[in-house]
Design a protein around this ligand. Structure first.
Ligand SMILES: Cc1cc2nc3c(=O)[nH]c(=O)nc-3n(C[C@H](O)[C@H](O)[C@H](O)COP(=O)(O)OP(=O)(O)OC[C@H]3O[C@@H](n4cnc5c(N)ncnc54)[C@H](O)[C@@H]3O)c2cc1C
Length: 372
């Protein structure tokens, strides 16, 4: 059954690869054109049900889409992954009918870009320690605090912001809010200068007496932390797809460059052939882990362990593969405008966000020992 699913997905991969290779660009600035082209094809709402304006594709097809887009432009890949898995799904899964009808068609159609704001200074891995406050006022809440490293900060139209209504309650005080771009009191910072994924614009998000009407609270007071955590499995599979795209691109680029080498040269450099063969085998293994996690997620079963394993394996492999590929093909590729150099820098980030790989290993162990 599993392999039948992959056969069906193969034609989708073809379609997504043709789109990514023929229509997407690489560059330095925020990929407005790439996102507009994705929106035109319905890809900003790939797995969102048709009744809400999405394409209604399976989660596996969405993962293939992120992989193929990330082969060409990983920044575009992460913007779409964040927009979908933690920018749109929360509204779909936890929003009121009013919130869904106000936001989902725009998000799924790509007229609105979604973002997710959880991380703060001192509240990254330990997200429950966040200190942004939500004070109850007449008709809603006043948010005060500062978020860090927010993907598509300043560019997104709708932010899902997490704040606490009562710090003494710890995680049980955390509440989620839907905040529109032009809200008074919301100030995004300048894009951080990062080593990789530079087109995805990562910014701080400052909130000063930012008024959020009660109708824009997502879920109940105190439900925010469980909302955030429930999204992470899907988000992590998305990051694994991004890492797969980078590994695949680096391997293909390197294999093309190595094709000029003679049999004799390859014999002399046997270590190199062995390494390339091992990377290819582990790339296939990584794909299977990610696709398996995606299929389980689609079925509605718990996939926490599988999602974390897929993310750890794919992102560690992306860093190793891009490093080794750089070693193979020589000094020309160290130049910052070489694709391999970009894949290498982009790959590093996949080990860090959506929960660092140390945290993923803790999650896997907890799942094995049934400590959840
Ligand atoms: C490019 C980029 C985009 C991002 N986009 C978003 C976004 O859109 N929205 C958002 O909310 N956040 C975003 N983040 C933030 C990201 O999720 C955090 O960086 C990540 O969760 C790690 O948090 P931290 O950087 O504060 O590291 P810390 O939590 O300070 O961790 C530092 C180190 O300690 C390790 N560590 C921490 N706790 C433990 C432990 N218990 N056991 C073992 N090791 C531990 C970590 O693995 C890490 O290596 C983004 C980050 C980056 C780099």
């Amino acid at each position: 059954m599993f392999f039948k699913i992959f056969e069906e997905a193969a034609s989708k991969r073809k379609e997504y690869r043709a789109f990514a290779e023929n229509e997407l660009d690489t560059g330095d600035r925020f990929p407005y054109e790439n996102l507009a082209k994705a929106a035109k094809r319905g890809f900003m709402g790939c797995p969102i049900p048709r009744e809400w304006g999405g394409l209604g594709e399976s989660f596996l097809n969405y993962i293939l889409l992120i992989e193929e887009i990330s082969r060409v432009c990983a920044s575009t890949g992460v913007i779409i992954a964040v927009h979908t898995s933690v920018g749109t799904y929360p509204v779909l899964l936890f929003g009121s009918d009013d919130q869904k009808s106000r936001y989902i068609p725009g998000l799924a159609g790509g007229e609105l870009l979604g973002a997710f704001a959880l991380t703060e200074a001192g509240a990254g891995s330990d997200a429950a320690a966040l200190s942004t406050t939500a004070t109850v006022v007449d008709g809603g809440y006043l948010l005060n605090g500062c978020k860090l490293f927010i993907t598509a900060g300043g560019e997104a139209d709708l932010y899902i912001i997490f704040a606490t209504v009562d710090r003494s309650l710890g995680a049980r005080g955390i509440t989620a809010f839907l905040v529109e771009k032009r809200s008074e009191g919301l100030t995004p910072g300048k894009p951080e200068k990062k080593m990789g994924l530079n087109r995805s614009y990562t910014t701080e998000l400052r909130m000063e007496d930012l008024f959020v009407p009660e109708r824009n609270r997502l879920g109940k007071e105190g439900e925010g932390f469980s909302i955030a955590m429930s999204l992470l499995d899907g988000g992590r599979i998305g990051i694994s797809a991004q890492a797969l795209g980078l590994t695949g691109a680096a391997l293909d680029y390197t294999i093309e460059k190595m094709k000029g080498r003679s049999e004799k040269q390859l014999k002399e450099e046997q270590e190199l052939s062995f390494t390339l063969a091992d990377l290819e085998a582990r790339f296939e293994a990584s794909r299977l882990l990610s696709y398996k996690a995606a299929v389980i997620k689609q079925s509605g079963e718990r996939c926490t362990k599988e999602a974390s394993m897929a993310k750890v394996f794919a992102s560690d492999l992306a860093v190793e593969a891009t490093t080794k590929c750089l070693n193979f093909v020589g000094v020309e590729n160290i130049k910052s405008d070489s694709p391999l150099s970009r894949y290498f820098c982009d790959a590093k980030v996949t080990q860090i966000y959506e929960g660092s790989n140390q945290i993923q290993r803790i999650v896997i162990a907890r799942e094995l020992l049934k400590l959840y």
